[in-house]
Design a protein around this ligand. Structure first.
Ligand SMILES: Cc1cc2nc3c(=O)[nH]c(=O)nc-3n(C[C@H](O)[C@H](O)[C@H](O)COP(=O)(O)OP(=O)(O)OC[C@H]3O[C@@H](n4cnc5c(N)ncnc54)[C@H](O)[C@@H]3O)c2cc1C
Length: 329
Protein backbone atom coordinates (compact mmCIF):
# COMPACT_ATOMS: atom_id res chain seq x y z
CA UNK A 1 0.00 0.00 0.00
CA UNK A 2 1.36 3.43 -0.91
CA UNK A 3 2.24 5.89 1.83
CA UNK A 4 0.28 9.17 1.83
CA UNK A 5 3.34 11.41 2.08
CA UNK A 6 5.81 11.28 -0.82
CA UNK A 7 9.14 9.55 -0.33
CA UNK A 8 11.95 12.09 -0.69
CA UNK A 9 14.95 11.22 -2.83
CA UNK A 10 18.05 13.40 -2.56
CA UNK A 11 19.93 13.29 -5.88
CA UNK A 12 18.68 12.82 -9.42
CA UNK A 13 21.55 10.63 -10.63
CA UNK A 14 21.22 7.09 -11.99
CA UNK A 15 20.30 5.60 -8.60
CA UNK A 16 17.90 8.36 -7.56
CA UNK A 17 15.91 8.39 -10.80
CA UNK A 18 15.69 4.58 -10.83
CA UNK A 19 14.42 4.56 -7.23
CA UNK A 20 11.82 7.19 -8.19
CA UNK A 21 10.56 5.06 -11.09
CA UNK A 22 10.56 1.87 -9.02
CA UNK A 23 8.56 3.46 -6.22
CA UNK A 24 6.13 5.17 -8.59
CA UNK A 25 5.52 1.84 -10.36
CA UNK A 26 4.24 0.64 -6.95
CA UNK A 27 1.87 3.61 -6.72
CA UNK A 28 4.10 5.52 -4.31
CA UNK A 29 4.39 9.31 -4.77
CA UNK A 30 8.01 10.48 -4.86
CA UNK A 31 9.78 13.83 -4.82
CA UNK A 32 13.31 13.94 -6.26
CA UNK A 33 15.44 16.85 -5.03
CA UNK A 34 18.43 17.59 -7.28
CA UNK A 35 21.09 20.07 -6.23
CA UNK A 36 22.14 21.07 -9.77
CA UNK A 37 20.16 23.80 -11.58
CA UNK A 38 18.72 21.15 -13.90
CA UNK A 39 18.50 17.35 -14.05
CA UNK A 40 21.16 15.93 -16.35
CA UNK A 41 24.44 14.10 -16.69
CA UNK A 42 28.04 14.87 -17.55
CA UNK A 43 28.44 13.53 -21.05
CA UNK A 44 30.74 10.51 -21.29
CA UNK A 45 30.27 6.88 -22.10
CA UNK A 46 29.24 4.28 -19.56
CA UNK A 47 29.33 0.48 -19.84
CA UNK A 48 26.72 -1.81 -18.37
CA UNK A 49 26.76 -5.53 -17.79
CA UNK A 50 23.59 -7.50 -18.48
CA UNK A 51 22.65 -7.38 -14.77
CA UNK A 52 21.27 -3.86 -15.22
CA UNK A 53 18.51 -5.02 -17.59
CA UNK A 54 16.60 -6.87 -14.87
CA UNK A 55 15.96 -3.42 -13.42
CA UNK A 56 15.41 -1.63 -16.74
CA UNK A 57 12.74 -4.21 -17.62
CA UNK A 58 10.97 -3.73 -14.30
CA UNK A 59 10.88 0.07 -14.55
CA UNK A 60 9.98 -0.06 -18.25
CA UNK A 61 12.98 1.67 -19.87
CA UNK A 62 14.80 -1.23 -21.60
CA UNK A 63 13.60 -0.32 -25.11
CA UNK A 64 14.48 3.36 -24.69
CA UNK A 65 17.95 2.44 -23.42
CA UNK A 66 18.58 -0.17 -26.12
CA UNK A 67 17.57 2.27 -28.85
CA UNK A 68 20.48 4.54 -27.84
CA UNK A 69 23.02 1.91 -26.79
CA UNK A 70 25.68 -0.02 -28.69
CA UNK A 71 26.38 -3.70 -28.01
CA UNK A 72 30.08 -4.36 -28.69
CA UNK A 73 30.99 -7.76 -30.14
CA UNK A 74 33.79 -8.20 -27.57
CA UNK A 75 35.62 -6.81 -24.56
CA UNK A 76 39.33 -6.85 -25.13
CA UNK A 77 42.14 -6.52 -22.61
CA UNK A 78 45.51 -5.52 -24.03
CA UNK A 79 48.98 -5.34 -22.51
CA UNK A 80 49.79 -1.63 -22.28
CA UNK A 81 53.51 -2.21 -22.79
CA UNK A 82 53.67 -4.50 -25.81
CA UNK A 83 50.11 -4.31 -27.20
CA UNK A 84 49.58 -8.09 -26.87
CA UNK A 85 46.11 -9.47 -26.31
CA UNK A 86 45.67 -10.56 -22.67
CA UNK A 87 42.10 -11.74 -22.93
CA UNK A 88 39.03 -11.37 -25.14
CA UNK A 89 35.50 -11.80 -23.81
CA UNK A 90 33.05 -12.32 -26.67
CA UNK A 91 29.87 -10.33 -25.98
CA UNK A 92 27.96 -11.30 -29.12
CA UNK A 93 25.26 -13.93 -29.52
CA UNK A 94 26.78 -16.59 -27.18
CA UNK A 95 27.08 -14.03 -24.38
CA UNK A 96 23.54 -12.86 -24.96
CA UNK A 97 22.05 -16.32 -24.94
CA UNK A 98 23.90 -17.13 -21.71
CA UNK A 99 23.02 -13.93 -19.84
CA UNK A 100 19.71 -13.16 -21.62
CA UNK A 101 20.65 -9.49 -21.98
CA UNK A 102 23.42 -7.70 -23.88
CA UNK A 103 26.55 -5.96 -22.64
CA UNK A 104 26.06 -2.29 -23.61
CA UNK A 105 27.86 1.00 -23.91
CA UNK A 106 25.81 4.19 -23.90
CA UNK A 107 26.28 7.94 -23.71
CA UNK A 108 25.43 8.99 -20.15
CA UNK A 109 23.26 11.82 -21.45
CA UNK A 110 21.17 9.35 -23.47
CA UNK A 111 20.79 7.06 -20.48
CA UNK A 112 19.87 9.91 -18.17
CA UNK A 113 17.32 11.18 -20.67
CA UNK A 114 15.70 7.72 -20.93
CA UNK A 115 15.25 7.70 -17.14
CA UNK A 116 14.21 11.35 -16.98
CA UNK A 117 11.63 11.02 -19.78
CA UNK A 118 10.07 8.07 -17.93
CA UNK A 119 10.03 10.11 -14.69
CA UNK A 120 8.41 13.10 -16.41
CA UNK A 121 5.65 10.88 -17.81
CA UNK A 122 4.77 9.54 -14.36
CA UNK A 123 2.35 11.78 -12.44
CA UNK A 124 3.52 10.30 -9.12
CA UNK A 125 7.05 11.69 -9.60
CA UNK A 126 7.85 15.33 -8.86
CA UNK A 127 11.27 16.51 -10.01
CA UNK A 128 12.64 19.49 -8.10
CA UNK A 129 15.86 20.96 -9.61
CA UNK A 130 18.05 23.52 -7.85
CA UNK A 131 17.33 21.96 -4.47
CA UNK A 132 20.67 21.37 -2.73
CA UNK A 133 19.80 19.52 0.44
CA UNK A 134 21.88 20.50 3.46
CA UNK A 135 20.28 18.47 6.26
CA UNK A 136 17.48 16.16 7.28
CA UNK A 137 15.41 15.70 10.43
CA UNK A 138 13.92 12.29 11.13
CA UNK A 139 10.87 12.89 13.33
CA UNK A 140 10.11 9.19 13.69
CA UNK A 141 6.88 9.21 11.68
CA UNK A 142 8.17 11.48 8.87
CA UNK A 143 11.35 13.13 7.59
CA UNK A 144 11.97 16.78 6.71
CA UNK A 145 14.85 18.01 4.58
CA UNK A 146 16.16 21.57 4.29
CA UNK A 147 17.78 23.04 1.19
CA UNK A 148 20.60 25.55 0.88
CA UNK A 149 18.11 28.32 0.00
CA UNK A 150 16.01 27.67 3.10
CA UNK A 151 13.15 25.59 1.66
CA UNK A 152 11.95 22.51 3.46
CA UNK A 153 10.22 19.36 2.19
CA UNK A 154 8.46 16.72 4.24
CA UNK A 155 8.20 13.06 3.30
CA UNK A 156 7.41 9.63 4.66
CA UNK A 157 11.05 8.56 4.27
CA UNK A 158 14.31 9.77 2.75
CA UNK A 159 16.57 8.06 0.23
CA UNK A 160 20.06 9.56 0.05
CA UNK A 161 21.12 9.02 -3.57
CA UNK A 162 23.49 11.97 -3.53
CA UNK A 163 26.66 10.31 -4.75
CA UNK A 164 30.13 9.77 -3.34
CA UNK A 165 30.14 13.14 -1.51
CA UNK A 166 26.73 12.46 0.01
CA UNK A 167 25.61 14.93 2.64
CA UNK A 168 22.93 12.48 3.68
CA UNK A 169 25.67 9.96 4.50
CA UNK A 170 27.71 12.63 6.29
CA UNK A 171 24.80 13.35 8.62
CA UNK A 172 23.80 9.70 9.00
CA UNK A 173 27.29 8.30 9.67
CA UNK A 174 29.70 11.20 10.11
CA UNK A 175 32.50 9.11 8.54
CA UNK A 176 34.38 11.89 6.77
CA UNK A 177 35.09 12.65 3.13
CA UNK A 178 35.92 10.09 0.45
CA UNK A 179 39.66 9.52 0.27
CA UNK A 180 41.60 10.04 -2.98
CA UNK A 181 43.25 6.73 -3.92
CA UNK A 182 46.06 8.42 -5.85
CA UNK A 183 44.58 7.81 -9.31
CA UNK A 184 43.61 10.61 -11.72
CA UNK A 185 41.42 10.37 -14.78
CA UNK A 186 40.86 12.23 -18.05
CA UNK A 187 37.79 11.56 -20.20
CA UNK A 188 37.18 12.61 -23.80
CA UNK A 189 34.68 12.01 -26.57
CA UNK A 190 35.74 12.69 -30.17
CA UNK A 191 33.94 12.17 -33.48
CA UNK A 192 34.79 8.70 -34.77
CA UNK A 193 36.18 10.25 -37.95
CA UNK A 194 38.81 12.12 -35.91
CA UNK A 195 40.32 8.98 -34.38
CA UNK A 196 43.91 8.86 -35.51
CA UNK A 197 45.11 5.88 -33.45
CA UNK A 198 45.25 2.47 -35.07
CA UNK A 199 42.71 0.76 -32.79
CA UNK A 200 39.77 -1.61 -33.01
CA UNK A 201 36.88 0.84 -32.92
CA UNK A 202 33.83 -1.38 -32.52
CA UNK A 203 34.84 -3.09 -29.27
CA UNK A 204 35.43 -2.07 -25.65
CA UNK A 205 39.20 -2.16 -25.10
CA UNK A 206 41.16 -1.86 -21.88
CA UNK A 207 44.88 -1.33 -22.16
CA UNK A 208 46.28 -2.22 -18.74
CA UNK A 209 49.75 -1.33 -17.49
CA UNK A 210 51.61 -0.76 -14.19
CA UNK A 211 49.83 2.18 -12.55
CA UNK A 212 47.98 3.29 -15.68
CA UNK A 213 45.29 2.19 -18.09
CA UNK A 214 43.17 3.41 -20.97
CA UNK A 215 39.66 2.30 -21.85
CA UNK A 216 38.03 3.15 -25.18
CA UNK A 217 34.76 2.29 -26.85
CA UNK A 218 32.41 3.53 -29.56
CA UNK A 219 29.27 5.52 -28.71
CA UNK A 220 26.05 6.56 -30.47
CA UNK A 221 26.09 3.78 -33.02
CA UNK A 222 29.73 4.21 -33.92
CA UNK A 223 29.61 7.96 -34.59
CA UNK A 224 31.57 8.91 -31.45
CA UNK A 225 34.64 7.50 -29.72
CA UNK A 226 35.01 7.57 -25.93
CA UNK A 227 38.44 7.53 -24.26
CA UNK A 228 39.20 7.30 -20.53
CA UNK A 229 42.79 7.44 -19.26
CA UNK A 230 43.47 6.70 -15.58
CA UNK A 231 46.89 6.78 -13.95
CA UNK A 232 48.50 6.97 -10.52
CA UNK A 233 50.25 10.17 -9.54
CA UNK A 234 51.63 11.39 -6.22
CA UNK A 235 50.61 14.96 -7.12
CA UNK A 236 46.94 14.04 -7.47
CA UNK A 237 45.77 16.74 -5.05
CA UNK A 238 47.57 19.59 -6.89
CA UNK A 239 45.81 21.63 -9.58
CA UNK A 240 47.66 22.37 -12.81
CA UNK A 241 47.11 23.70 -16.31
CA UNK A 242 46.95 21.84 -19.62
CA UNK A 243 50.74 21.98 -20.07
CA UNK A 244 51.31 20.56 -16.58
CA UNK A 245 48.73 17.82 -17.16
CA UNK A 246 50.33 16.97 -20.51
CA UNK A 247 53.75 16.61 -18.85
CA UNK A 248 52.19 14.48 -16.13
CA UNK A 249 50.59 12.17 -18.70
CA UNK A 250 53.77 11.87 -20.75
CA UNK A 251 55.63 10.83 -17.64
CA UNK A 252 52.98 8.34 -16.41
CA UNK A 253 52.64 6.71 -19.85
CA UNK A 254 56.30 6.94 -20.86
CA UNK A 255 56.59 3.16 -21.31
CA UNK A 256 53.16 2.71 -22.90
CA UNK A 257 52.59 1.18 -26.33
CA UNK A 258 52.72 3.75 -29.21
CA UNK A 259 48.99 3.23 -29.89
CA UNK A 260 48.22 4.35 -26.35
CA UNK A 261 50.33 7.44 -26.88
CA UNK A 262 48.31 8.22 -29.99
CA UNK A 263 45.14 7.87 -27.89
CA UNK A 264 46.58 10.20 -25.24
CA UNK A 265 47.18 12.86 -27.88
CA UNK A 266 43.39 13.01 -28.43
CA UNK A 267 42.52 13.67 -24.78
CA UNK A 268 40.92 16.87 -23.59
CA UNK A 269 43.21 17.93 -20.74
CA UNK A 270 41.18 20.87 -19.50
CA UNK A 271 39.59 18.90 -16.65
CA UNK A 272 41.00 16.02 -14.68
CA UNK A 273 39.17 14.03 -12.06
CA UNK A 274 40.60 12.54 -8.89
CA UNK A 275 39.36 9.02 -8.14
CA UNK A 276 37.96 8.76 -4.61
CA UNK A 277 36.97 5.79 -2.48
CA UNK A 278 35.45 4.99 0.90
CA UNK A 279 35.69 2.13 3.35
CA UNK A 280 32.75 -0.29 3.25
CA UNK A 281 30.02 0.22 5.84
CA UNK A 282 27.75 -2.44 7.32
CA UNK A 283 24.54 -0.43 7.69
CA UNK A 284 23.08 1.82 5.01
CA UNK A 285 19.99 3.01 6.87
CA UNK A 286 18.76 4.36 10.15
CA UNK A 287 15.16 5.13 11.03
CA UNK A 288 13.46 6.54 7.98
CA UNK A 289 16.66 7.35 6.09
CA UNK A 290 18.49 5.02 3.70
CA UNK A 291 21.45 5.42 1.33
CA UNK A 292 21.89 3.96 -2.14
CA UNK A 293 24.39 3.93 -4.98
CA UNK A 294 27.69 5.76 -4.53
CA UNK A 295 26.39 7.33 -1.31
CA UNK A 296 26.30 3.84 0.21
CA UNK A 297 29.08 1.98 -1.64
CA UNK A 298 31.18 4.00 -4.11
CA UNK A 299 32.79 1.64 -6.59
CA UNK A 300 36.06 2.13 -8.44
CA UNK A 301 35.56 2.90 -12.12
CA UNK A 302 37.81 -0.03 -13.05
CA UNK A 303 34.95 -2.42 -12.15
CA UNK A 304 32.50 -0.62 -14.50
CA UNK A 305 29.69 -1.58 -12.11
CA UNK A 306 29.09 1.47 -9.86
CA UNK A 307 26.32 2.80 -12.07
CA UNK A 308 24.85 -0.71 -12.49
CA UNK A 309 24.74 -1.16 -8.74
CA UNK A 310 23.23 2.30 -8.12
CA UNK A 311 20.48 1.30 -10.57
CA UNK A 312 20.05 -2.11 -8.95
CA UNK A 313 19.81 -0.43 -5.53
CA UNK A 314 17.10 1.81 -6.91
CA UNK A 315 14.70 -1.04 -7.59
CA UNK A 316 12.06 -1.38 -4.94
CA UNK A 317 11.21 -5.02 -4.40
CA UNK A 318 7.59 -5.81 -3.76
CA UNK A 319 6.86 -7.69 -0.55
CA UNK A 320 9.95 -6.69 1.46
CA UNK A 321 9.16 -3.94 3.87
CA UNK A 322 10.83 -2.22 6.77
CA UNK A 323 9.06 -1.86 10.08
CA UNK A 324 6.52 0.97 9.84
CA UNK A 325 5.56 0.17 6.26
CA UNK A 326 8.47 1.66 4.31
CA UNK A 327 9.29 -0.25 1.13
CA UNK A 328 12.88 -1.50 1.08
CA UNK A 329 15.15 -0.37 -1.73
C1 LIG B 1 35.60 7.70 -14.85
C2 LIG B 1 34.43 6.87 -14.39
C3 LIG B 1 33.94 5.85 -15.21
C4 LIG B 1 32.86 5.05 -14.77
N1 LIG B 1 32.41 4.06 -15.60
C5 LIG B 1 31.39 3.28 -15.20
C6 LIG B 1 30.90 2.25 -16.06
O1 LIG B 1 31.40 2.07 -17.18
N2 LIG B 1 29.86 1.49 -15.63
C7 LIG B 1 29.26 1.68 -14.39
O2 LIG B 1 28.31 0.97 -14.06
N3 LIG B 1 29.71 2.66 -13.55
C8 LIG B 1 30.74 3.46 -13.92
N4 LIG B 1 31.19 4.45 -13.10
C9 LIG B 1 30.55 4.64 -11.77
C10 LIG B 1 29.25 5.43 -11.87
O3 LIG B 1 29.45 6.64 -12.57
C11 LIG B 1 28.68 5.76 -10.48
O4 LIG B 1 28.77 4.61 -9.65
C12 LIG B 1 27.23 6.20 -10.58
O5 LIG B 1 27.14 7.42 -11.29
C13 LIG B 1 26.63 6.38 -9.19
O6 LIG B 1 25.29 6.82 -9.33
P1 LIG B 1 24.56 7.56 -8.12
O7 LIG B 1 23.15 7.82 -8.60
O8 LIG B 1 24.74 6.79 -6.85
O9 LIG B 1 25.35 8.92 -7.89
P2 LIG B 1 25.65 10.12 -8.89
O10 LIG B 1 25.63 9.68 -10.30
O11 LIG B 1 26.89 10.78 -8.38
O12 LIG B 1 24.41 11.11 -8.68
C14 LIG B 1 24.27 11.87 -7.50
C15 LIG B 1 23.32 13.02 -7.78
O13 LIG B 1 23.04 13.70 -6.56
C16 LIG B 1 23.14 15.10 -6.74
N5 LIG B 1 23.47 15.67 -5.42
C17 LIG B 1 24.64 15.57 -4.76
N6 LIG B 1 24.55 16.15 -3.55
C18 LIG B 1 23.28 16.63 -3.47
C19 LIG B 1 22.56 17.33 -2.43
N7 LIG B 1 23.14 17.63 -1.25
N8 LIG B 1 21.27 17.69 -2.66
C20 LIG B 1 20.66 17.36 -3.84
N9 LIG B 1 21.31 16.70 -4.85
C21 LIG B 1 22.59 16.33 -4.65
C22 LIG B 1 24.23 15.26 -7.80
O14 LIG B 1 24.12 16.53 -8.46
C23 LIG B 1 23.91 14.08 -8.74
O15 LIG B 1 22.95 14.42 -9.70
C24 LIG B 1 32.26 5.28 -13.50
C25 LIG B 1 32.74 6.32 -12.68
C26 LIG B 1 33.81 7.10 -13.11
C27 LIG B 1 34.30 8.21 -12.20
Amino acid sequence: MALKNPILIVGGGLGGLTAALALARHGQPVRVLEGAPSFGAIGYGIQFGPNVFHVFDRIGVSDAVLEKADSPPALLMLDALNGGEVTRVPTGSSFRSRFKYPYIIIHRIDLHNALLDACRRDPLITLVPDAMVTRFDDQGDSVTVTTEDGRSFEGAALIGADGIRSRTRAQLLNDGDPQPNGFMGFRTIVPMGDVTADVQREIVALWGGPGFHIVHCPLRHGTLFNIVAVFRRSTHSERGDVAAYRAELEHAYRNAHPTMKALLAMLDLSRRQAVGDRDPIRHWHRGRVVLLGDAAHPTLQSLAQGGCMAIEDGLCRRGRRLRGGLPTV
